[in-house]
Design a protein around this ligand. Sequence first.
Ligand SMILES: Cc1cc2nc3c(=O)[nH]c(=O)nc-3n(C[C@H](O)[C@H](O)[C@H](O)COP(=O)(O)OP(=O)(O)OC[C@H]3O[C@@H](n4cnc5c(N)ncnc54)[C@H](O)[C@@H]3O)c2cc1C
Length: 523
Amino acid sequence: MSQVVPPPPAGSSLNAARRARELAALADGGEVDLLVVGLGATGAGVALDAASRGLSVAAIDAHDLAYGTSRWSSKMIHGGLRYLAKGQVGVAYESAVERNILLTRTAPHLVRAAPYVLPLTPDVSRAQGATVMAGYRLGDALRAAARTPRGTLPGPSRVTAARALELAGPLAAGGLRGALLSWDGRLVDDARLVVAVARTAAAHGARVITRCRALRLSGHGAWVRDEETGDEFAIKARAVVNAAGVWAGGLVPSARLRPSRGTHLVLRAGTLPGLRAGLHVPIPGESNRFVLVLPQHDGRVYVGLTDEPVDGPVPDVPDVPPQDVTFLLDVLNSVVSVPVPRERVAGAFAGLRPLLAAGGRTADLSRRHAVLRSADGIVTVVGGKLTTYRRMAEDAVDVVVRERSLSAGPCRTARLPLVGAPGKGGAGPGNGSVPRRLAERYGTEAHAVIALGKDDPSLAEPVATGIAVTRAEMVWAVRHEGALNVEDLLDRRTRIGLVAEDRKIAESAAALALSNAWKIRGF
Ligand SMILES: Cc1cc2nc3c(=O)[nH]c(=O)nc-3n(C[C@H](O)[C@H](O)[C@H](O)COP(=O)(O)OP(=O)(O)OC[C@H]3O[C@@H](n4cnc5c(N)ncnc54)[C@H](O)[C@@H]3O)c2cc1C
């Protein structure tokens, strides 16, 4: 019996034809209630929040969905333990609440509980171990306060050295007196969260337009350039939110930021064999900072992260300096039995945290977010983190609605499943009926992605040997996820591009998907 495959939610598909149509309507002078500038997690969140309250919304990005910092994160949906350690109880609680919303309601397909092992090596004193465990217990209390069930996010425990080695095979056994095991939320892919939020906003009527750069903002709209054609025109709006992340100060100079660079290394599957849990590796000489070793769903492992202030012009894509690679490898190699040499590092990426300017080290700056108003009425929302994008959006839209006397309902996003989420009481495709990798990336839409490959078996094939992504996924991204070019496909809809060699061998498949996406049957 053939299975009925549901189409994507009405209005959620983003593609070149829709972009052209909606851009033309805006260029024609149609005024919207709200213009959002920037389509990272924050801007996409603002677009969804406003559209789901009934406002008319246009949201633009100079490049692509998740082009900025939102694709360079550690992909943790964290309960704010780090903030607790600094006495920032409010920030920590907010994180725990937002983690609960993502894990249990809005994006359970994209966010899962993941285990982390902190090895108790001779470098970790008993007092340090006890302090960290006390912190984990406080984090568990926050979990309970945020009403996340233990079954969803297990509590911390101390485990034996043998158990630590079962979970994290690459650890050096010598001198290991056990480990601390803790759990936190982890995203399958940060860029996919942004795509899901943006598409959900589109399903609520938001015009989500990539490749459209704001050149100048005012309280009543923006002068923009279509980066595909070079055409310039005005977008009129009753209110404007600047969600341009680390670039926000370039549009509204009174928004003062202090960017800080975070670097991750990318290791291929097999470089750290037997790694089933993440690692928290204490940084020598620091009491509460760790290098994170993060196994990914595709088998790759990220090792991060640094926290270094960056001065001067903000680049589109930050470079990775060699000293960051050395630092991360040194800390990793302090706990593994077989050191990872530099030539085994398959890739590296860096992102800039959009931290609010203040004195002191960037590592100590608050991750609290802020909603700032400029003299001409532009609302800028910055700071914060991926985990709290929804709350940032809610706060920004509350301010806009109040100050511009817009007619809007209350915020609904805490209960609004994102595209691909199973919805209340619904079952996702996590029951083994589709490959786990697709269930985790596409949720309820996995069946429709697979169906493309049933209509045309060549689409069920991986894009290249050794890469799990199928050609159908690329076609899906062109038809429904707003991918307009090869870069969108390789660097954001899939993360193939994180390893330069893989990127090269997948380029032709991406080009083919772009030229053929509309010639085949299926959704
Ligand atoms: C290394 C690192 C690791 C992190 N890890 C985590 C983590 O594990 N968990 C977590 O919760 N948080 C994490 N964070 C923080 C989190 O990633 C950021 O706070 C968040 O992604 C910022 O999102 P944003 O939407 O505000 O900015 P961005 O994602 O940078 O989006 C801004 C967008 O604005 C667009 N734009 C810029 N100028 C213009 C213009 N003139 N016109 C139109 N568009 C424009 C850009 O193209 C970009 O897409 C991490 C940050 C870093 C740097």
